[in-house]
Design a binder for this molecule. Structure first.
Ligand code: TXA
Ligand code: MG
Length: 351
């Protein structure tokens, strides 16, 4: 397996071209995007796409996102132009390159496994110089799910990709840590509305402001097939049991402390907490304390570091993880969606 360490802003063209050649001829190459690392395959090559599903252990009915280097490449992934209405155009102008995946009618050239049984395909133009240079050099649309083994937290570092796949890939472009940390917002946009299949870094509020149509969060109806199959699987989950508290600051503090005390009392428990800032009780109970660092407000820091923290806690043999959550609005909607799935629903509103 080839590994290229590249500068995230000005990657070496020589390295990019080498990785792109491998990708184009059917090799599986992991690469950084602004959200998480992707496991890239030539989206026009069915055998390569099948390799991605096999490597990830991904259920065959869960479609992949197709990545393009520039909005000009849309025609390689989408079919026709009927869907290119004003709200879609405005979204593309405002958010591309960036963490918005738009569901469009699929071009027949896209390998069938990318969009199992669907007439549509999810397309996005990532806002990362390495991803864009790689796709540009390969000259083909690139199908890329997050570069984790199915069910595990997504990778936001090259080392996370190596942890999941070892040397089983054709290549890995290491462009350092990812900027945003949670995956793109997935939406279908029409003249009437935007349906959000997966909340992400682009918020519902931003989508509405830009497209001028109402944005609604998709909810699977009982007995109906799931429109975005990724939603139905356990995901983003570490080995440890996770629970999440959010709401009024003092209430969260009190109830997290009490949850931590209960967790500590269980035989063999090793309890870790993710907090906005260190708290006296966490020290008093001797817990492993993780405070997401870096720029931005807590919601942004948590988004960026969450997956890596969950992975680090597994490595530290933590058995119970208690996370200080955030209100599920704005970017909080995406973060809490991922946390709810890591926690298998154990999300509590403290009041
Ligand atoms: O930020 C991201 O989107 C990352 C980076 C690598 O680009 N990719 C990513 O891909 O998260 P993945 O495969 O882990 O998630 C794809 C999501 C799934 O929830 C899937 O169900 C949904 O997008 N999806 C893909 N195509 C779809 C379609 N045609 N209709 C509805 N949902 C679709
Ligand atoms: Mg994923």
């Amino acid at each position: 397996m080839r590994v290229w360490h590249v500068d995230p802003i000005q990657p070496s063209q020589h390295d990019i071209d080498e990785a792109a050649r491998l990708l184009k001829k059917g090799g599986i190459v992991a690469f950084p995007t602004e959200t998480v690392y992707g496991l890239g395959a030539n989206a026009l090559m069915e055998s390569a796409v099948q390799d991605v599903f096999r490597l990830k252990g991904r259920p065959a009915d869960n479609p992949l996102i197709v990545h393009i280097a520039h909005p000009d490449m849309l025609g390689l992934a989408a079919s026709g132009k009927d869907w290119l209405c004003h709200p879609v155009k405005r979204a593309i102008d405002a958010f591309w390159p960036g963490p918005l995946t738009i569901i469009v009618p699929a071009n027949e050239a896209i390998a069938p496994s990318v969009r199992p049984g669907l007439l549509t395909v999810g397309v996005r133009c990532p806002d990362h110089p390495v991803a864009r240079a790689l796709i540009q050099s390969a000259g083909c649309p690139v199908a890329a799910p997050s570069a984790n083994v199915s069910g595990r937290p997504s990778p936001t570092r090259a080392a996370d990709v190596l942890d999941d796949f070892g040397n089983r890939l054709a290549g890995l472009v290491d462009g350092g840590p990812c900027m945003y940390g949670i995956e793109s917002t997935v939406a279908a946009i029409s003249v009437e509305q935007a349906v959000i299949y997966r909340p992400g870094h682009i918020t519902r509020e931003q989508l509405e402001a830009v497209t001028g149509v109402p944005a609604i969060q998709y909810e699977a109806e009982q007995g109906q097939p799931v429109a975005s199959p990724g939603l139905k699987y356990r995901h983003y989950a570490p080995e440890a049991a996770v629970e999440v508290w959010w709401g009024d600051k003092d209430a969260v503090d009190r109830q997290m402390a009490s949850a931590a005390r209960d967790a500590c009392a269980r035989p063999g428990a090793k309890v870790g907490v993710v907090l906005e800032e260190p708290r006296p009780w966490a020290k008093e109970f001797g817990l492993d304390v993780w405070v997401p660092e870096g720029d931005g407000v807590y919601a942004e820091r948590l988004a960026r570091e969450l997956y890596h923290l969950l992975r680090s806690m597994d490595k530290a043999n933590i058995t119970h993880i208690i996370v200080e959550g955030i209100a599920p609005h704005g970017i909080g909607a995406g973060v809490m969606n991922r946390l709810a799935r890591s926690a298998e629903g154990r999300v509590f509103h403290a009041q």
